[in-house]
Design a binder for this molecule. Structure first.
Ligand SMILES: C[S@@+](CC[C@H](N)C(=O)[O-])C[C@H]1O[C@@H](n2cnc3c(N)ncnc32)[C@H](O)[C@@H]1O
Length: 272
């Protein structure tokens, strides 16, 4: 039951965040996106699945990399995110991408893909192990998996967003968010799922917010707490915004902010 509530909160949160996501997060997540794609080393003709695809930060360049003889299946829990990706695909006239609304844990394909990707999605899943298992099953023997999550909590300067929002809604919006970012955790998830040649890489970045509005938009409107935020009254919004800005005050640089962040990218191979 708890897992279902959790997924419901995520689904509706991301539905709300979808319209703000690219503006506030597109550029900030680019280093993680690039590392995922570099690690995946996609080849022309390959079949790729990208779960928790959002509006296609990874799926779109993946489709370009595999070219017209390859294909990408992109899935996400949020119908609004999937619709945003559909519009983007139409705009760039990419015809080798199929999109589906689906939770990553429910992905049910057998040995159909050369490469499985999930970039910055597993932190929101109550059972990331189920998603990892689904990806393993979907890969052909020898197929590659590449996953990305946020890294260690103390390396992510924006982390106070969660306790600040939780205090206003008296619940945990993202209870297991930093679990997979701990040293070795993502590698262990892959190894426990049966992947081999497992490795990982950490990437420290700076999230640059040009203004308070930019920092607040990314934290509250464009991300996983968007559902809670949409329900706050003006007073709760003001106080949560003040609390968040004080939590990142040490990273202020004039009128902008340079907030540290860390990503982990892990990769492995299905045996066989
Ligand atoms: C931070 S966004 C990442 C999107 C994209 N991969 C990227 O790198 O920009 C997180 C995405 O995970 C999706 N998500 C959350 N829980 C999910 C689940 N259980 N199954 C599939 N997608 C999920 C959200 O809807 C959202 O689009």
């Amino acid at each position: 039951v708890e897992a279902n509530v959790h997924r419901w909160v995520q689904r509706h949160g991301w539905d709300r965040a979808a319209g703000h996501y690219e503006r506030f997060w597109g550029r900030q997540l680019q280093p993680a996106t690039d590392l995922v794609l570099r690690t995946a080393d996609l080849q022309p003709g390959e079949r790729v699945v990208d779960v928790a695809c959002g509006s296609g930060a990874v799926a779109v360049p993946a489709a370009l990399a595999v070219g017209p003889t390859g294909r990408v299946l992109a899935t996400d829990l949020s119908p609004v995110m999937v619709a945003a990706l559909g519009e983007r695909l139409a705009r760039c006239a990419l015809s080798n991408v199929a999109v589906e609304v689906q939770g990553a844990e429910d992905f049910d394909r057998d040995s159909e893909f050369d490469v499985a990707l999930c970039s910055l999605g597993l932190m929101y899943m109550p059972r990331p192990d189920l998603a990892a298992r689904a990806l393993a099953r979907a890969l052909r023997p020898g197929g590659r998996v590449v996953l990305a999550v946020w890294g260690e909590r103390h390396r992510c300067g924006w982390a106070e967003i969660f306790p600040i929002v939780d205090a206003h809604v008296s619940s945990d919006v993202c209870p297991m968010f930093f679990g997979l970012g701990a040293r070795g955790a993502l590698r262990a998830l892959l190894a426990d799922t049966g992947f081999v040649d497992v490795r990982d890489e950490r990437l420290d970045v700076e999230l640059v917010y040009v203004s308070e509005e930019d920092a607040l938009g990314a934290a509250f409107a464009g991300g996983p707490v968007a559902l809670a935020w949409s329900r706050f009254d003006d007073e709760a919004r003001r106080s949560a915004a003040d609390e968040y800005l004080s939590s990142i005050a040490e990273f202020a640089d004039g009128t902008s902010y340079r907030v540290p962040g860390q990503f982990v990218v892990a990769a492995g191979r299905r045996p066989g």
